[in-house]
Design a protein around this ligand. Structure first.
Ligand code: ARG
Length: 442
């Protein structure tokens, strides 16, 4: 029974915030005259000393003491005697654990946001470094139109920007203090919740005690934002996995982010990218897990709520290294310009531009589309691309073609013709890069 119900195995990571909350609570009890000054001082200095011991690893927690709150109280009792028992005046573990999680998540969300920024900075840096590298762009995973690699990388910058905003928004609802709700109904003691909220740096407090001890919305929001972030990372991971394959060979990842095979000597596997893709599953699982724990749960506290922690902690532990490693992987990746040149030698992703060329000369686009379709077939038959077709072939296909068609199909020209805002042309990408840098405060 003790093993089954105890949470100390995973909630010991709340020790520091638990003690911070208790110190603020003890000070308030003293100021309000609920405890006398000497008692409050004894609690505060005892808790401070205990925190140092815990941080130095000089303390052992016991499963019999169930959770971090009871363990801290027992350890405090061992140090300062029976006055330790006064700490829990006007408080329940229900509002205490809610407070701890809010304090913990405020830090964790800020850390995740900083790591998101780090990856965004790595993407901007790589985009700038490879501004003039052109890669095939795909739809249906079929060659579509060429794009700048910088443009492709910056697409992820903006996804991460929305992720960052989602975490910032979650943080606003995490920045609320539940303490003072008691077990569920408030307390008979003359506490001052505003004092405690100010001391702990909360922007606001819960206005309903039942809500305060029962709310886990902010954790669900965190898991939802984390799931979307992991979904973005796993898409980038998938692209890196494809791009490093022999078949694509657009980039090469630094050895530090890859592993070999125990059997096949030639292998260089993109393990980090694969694990990020794989670990996305557990984060989604935690979101559905907590949503399901909360579904139909009556007010107020129920022990089910203890199940909020492991999934949230595991999500934090999954996100932080994924973001760090991804930033390093992006910073150190090498672009295979040789292989990209080969890829474009057998490429028709400038076909739209030939059709646009005819359309600009008055040929209805649908007709132009058909003409270019026939030119593509002819080029395939001759083992070349659109730039490699002799001019007679163009002339035979349509009398609107002039020799400047060869300029129109040149790769840089094709890309830079996409001058529309948000497009892949050099000027448009430079403008985008500047906006991204402004977001980062550069
Ligand atoms: N370990 C508990 C949790 O994480 C703390 C609250 C316990 N409250 C209670 N009434 N048993 O939810």
């Amino acid at each position: 029974m003790e093993e089954y119900t105890s949470s100390i195995r995973f909630d010991q990571r709340l020790a520091a915030v638990d003690i911070r909350g208790s110190i603020a609570h003890a000070r308030m009890l003293g100021r309000q005259g609920i405890l006398d000054a000497a008692e409050a001082d004894a609690l505060v200095s005892g808790l401070q000393a205990l925190l140092q011991d815990i941080e130095a690893g000089r303390v052992s927690f016991r499963v019999e003491d169930e959770d971090i709150h009871m363990n801290v109280e027992r350890l405090l009792h061992e140090r300062i005697g029976p006055v330790a028992g006064k700490l829990h005046t006007a408080r329940s573990r229900n509002d205490q654990v809610a407070l701890d999680m809010h304090l913990y998540m405020k830090q964790a969300i800020a850390e995740v946001m900083a790591k998101v920024r780090e990856l965004q900075a790595a993407l901007v840096e790589a985009a700038e470094r490879h501004l003039d590298v052109i890669i095939p762009g795909y739809t249906h995973l079929q060659r579509a139109q060429p794009v700048r690699l910088a443009h492709h990388l910056l697409a992820y910058f903006w996804m991460l920007e929305r992720d960052h905003a989602r975490f910032a928004d979650t943080l606003r609802r995490t920045d609320m203090m539940p303490l003072g709700a008691g077990a569920l109904a408030g307390t008979t003691f003359p506490i001052d919740r505003v004092q405690v909220a100010e001391e702990l740096g909360f922007a606001s407090l819960y206005e309903n005690s039942l809500d305060a001890v029962s709310d886990r919305d902010y954790l669900i929001e965190f898991l939802a934002a984390a799931s979307i972030l992991m979904m973005h990372l796993s898409r980038l991971a998938e692209e890196f996995i494809l791009w490093t394959s022999e078949e694509f060979s657009f980039i090469e990842l630094a050895d530090a982010y890859c592993t070999g095979s125990s059997m096949m000597p030639q292998k260089k596997n993109p393990d980090v990218a694969e694990l990020v893709r794989g670990k996305t599953g557990r984060v989604y699982g935690h979101l559905i897990g907590l949503l399901t724990v909360l579904k139909g749960l009556p007010l107020a506290y129920n022990k089910d709520l203890q199940e909020d922690k492991e999934g949230v902690f595991d999500t934090i532990d999954t996100l932080l290294p994924a973001l760090t490693l991804f930033a390093g992987m992006v910073r150190t990746m090498r672009v295979r310009e040789d292989r990209l040149a080969e890829a474009f030698a057998r490429d028709f992703s400038n076909a739209t531009d030939v059709a646009d060329y005819l359309a600009r000369k008055g040929v209805p686009f649908r007709e132009a589309h058909a003409v270019v379709g026939r030119l593509v077939l002819e080029a395939i038959r001759r083992g070349t691309n659109l730039a490699g077709l002799p001019f007679e072939v163009y002339q035979a296909a349509s009398d609107r073609f002039a020799p400047d068609i060869y300029e129109a199909v040149a790769l840089e020209r094709v890309v830079d013709a996409r001058t529309s805002r948000g497009g892949t042309g050099r000027e448009a990408v430079l403008a985008q890069l500047n906006m991204a840098k402004a977001v980062l405060g550069e």
